[in-house]
Write a protein that binds this ligand. Structure first.
Ligand code: SF4
Length: 238
């Protein structure tokens, strides 16, 4: 591995869900500075990998060689995490993947807005987390100031013209009905008309207390939210 290569923590070789309308591979970048209680990939938090899927490419060089062999078989590559924008090597990695002929998607919590602005022109699709009302972000992420960063990233995404999805993971212990209404009104003020609500999944979550608490979305609340953002997709926990 070269010093400035993207550090990977894993890979999904084929996905039909992570990059809408495209067959894609998902690369999970190592490292995330946030500590969301519902995180289902806490093994990706450290900036250096401790464990990795044995079948996945272990280094960036191996990943590029693997993608080279998938040209013509996959439409795109998704950079996910962890938080892929935490690594300065992300832009170079995206350029290499684009040069192989793949479309590029990014999943991000938007906590590095300046770096995000730089890579937005390379993206074909972006999934941006909206984790809480911006002034309540730290209650969900554990990191003060993360809401201001996410707000800047939202503005950058909306002005970029890149196809996007905004998504919020919902657990009633972390986000109240008022919180969700607050987010809906904020999104409406930005002109957003589509929003995905993802029910909390216990799979992989390291917070045993959170996993025991009820978390299902109330359909009546979703109807109220649609008064502000008309097109809401609800992803029910499996
Ligand atoms: S931003 Fe994503 S990877 Fe980071 S802690 Fe939150 S859920 Fe986990």
């Amino acid at each position: 591995m070269k010093r400035n290569d993207l550090v990977l923590g894993g890979m999904t070789p084929l996905s039909t869900l992570d990059f809408p309308g495209r067959l894609s591979a998902v690369l999970y970048a190592q490292g995330c500075p946030l500590r969301c209680r519902y995180c289902h990939n806490p093994e990706l938090w450290p900036m250096r990998a401790t464990t990795q899927q044995t079948s996945a490419p272990r280094t960036w060089t191996e990943a590029v060689a693997w993608l080279h062999r998938r040209r013509g078989l996959l439409d795109g590559v998704v950079f996910s995490g962890g938080e892929a924008t935490a690594q300065p090597a992300l832009a170079d990695a995206m350029m290499q993947v684009r040069a192989l002929g793949f479309q590029i998607a990014l999943h991000t919590a938007g906590i590095y807005p300046k770096r995000l602005e730089q890579i937005l022109p390379m993206l074909d699709w972006i999934g941006l987390d909206i984790k809480a009302p911006f002034d309540r972000y730290a209650d969900v992420t554990g990191v003060p100031g993360s809401g201001d960063k996410a707000r800047s990233s939202l503005a950058a995404v909306l002005s970029s013209g890149v196809e996007y999805e905004l998504r919020t993971t919902v657990h009633s212990h972390l986000l109240t009905a008022d919180d969700l209404l607050h987010i809906a009104k904020t999104l409406q003020s930005y002109g957003v008309r589509r929003w995905a609500l993802q029910e909390f999944r216990t799979q992989g979550c390291g917070d045993a207390e959170l996993s025991k608490l009820p978390s299902a979305l109330d359909p009546a609340l979703v109807s109220r939210l649609r008064e502000w953002v008309p097109d809401i997709a609800v992803r029910v926990a499996a």
